[in-house]
Design a protein around this ligand. Structure first.
Ligand code: SAM
Length: 231
């Protein structure tokens, strides 16, 4: 993967960035996403935010080597602190981190949100707490997708500011739009997850009292939801 050839995962993220956006890519690492989009003329400008020094320098290098210093600003900052009001950001991407980490970045950076931006999020697990945060903070889920690459199932969640939306516990778990669309990738992901949950429940049964009853109940509930979804 590089700024010319994105992974399929980042290519699908790129597809959800509105044409002409002013993008903030938080946790940008090498800066491949904003640089690829800028090279294609798909966005107007970008901020690449990084909290760690090595990826920050890598992003600076990618931007410099592509002569995009005027269009893309690389900032060393924690989460949404990379965004300044004068950037006029219209879309934020946060990809390749756990859903809880993305949620914490959004929650601690609320002051940097204008409540107008489209959020394009690609959590690696922890989708449920992330969707819960979105629901509780005035966002609706506008698009969702599941894709498989290199033996991993990836989810992309696109959210937009909206009037109060209520999602059920199952919708927060599976994704409200994916539950309805039932794409082949989505169904395959949950078939694999069901096998995993059932194996874990078997281990729990063998471990007896060593596993807290609450944990067993939680796994049993998830296995039941998945079974009902796939029925
Ligand atoms: N977004 C890229 C992608 O999806 O391919 C890179 C993902 S990489 C696994 C995660 C990056 O997020 C790392 O470079 C890490 O330093 C950065 N990161 C983690 N927490 C962050 C935070 N609070 N603020 C900014 N960057 C963060």
């Amino acid at each position: 993967m590089n700024e010319q050839t994105l992974s399929m995962r980042l290519e699908r993220v790129a597809a959800h960035v509105p044409a002409g956006a002013r993008l903030a890519d938080i946790g940008s690492d090498h800066g491949y996403l904003p640089v690829a989009l800028m090279r294609r003329g798909a966005i107007t400008s970008a901020v690449a935010g990084e909290v760690a020094l090595t990826p920050f320098h890598a992003a600076e290098r990618t931007v410099r080597e592509n002569d995009l210093d005027l269009q893309i600003t690389v900032r060393l900052a924690n989460g949404l602190a990379a965004i300044l009001p004068e950037d006029g950001i219209t879309a934020i991407s946060i990809c390749g981190m756990g859903g809880e980490t993305i949620r914490d970045i959004l929650d601690s950076g609320k002051a940097h949100l204008s409540s107008k931006e489209r959020l394009i999020l690609q959590p690696n697990g922890g989708e449920q707490p992330l969707r819960l945060w979105l629901m509780e903070n005035g966002y609706r889920i506008a698009c969702e997708e599941v894709l498989r690459e290199n033996r991993f199932d990836y989810e992309i969640i696109v959210a937009e500011p909206a009037e109060q939306v209520r999602y059920t516990a199952e919708e927060l778990y599976f994704g409200p739009l994916q539950m309805r669309a039932r794409s082949p990738a989505f169904l395959l992901k949950w078939q694999r997850m069901l096998r995993h949950k059932q194996r874990t429940l078997n281990h729990f049964a063998r471990a007896g009292k060593a596993v807290p009853e609450e944990t067993v109940q939680d796994f049993a509930q998830q296995a039941q939801w998945i079974t009902e979804l796939l029925a």
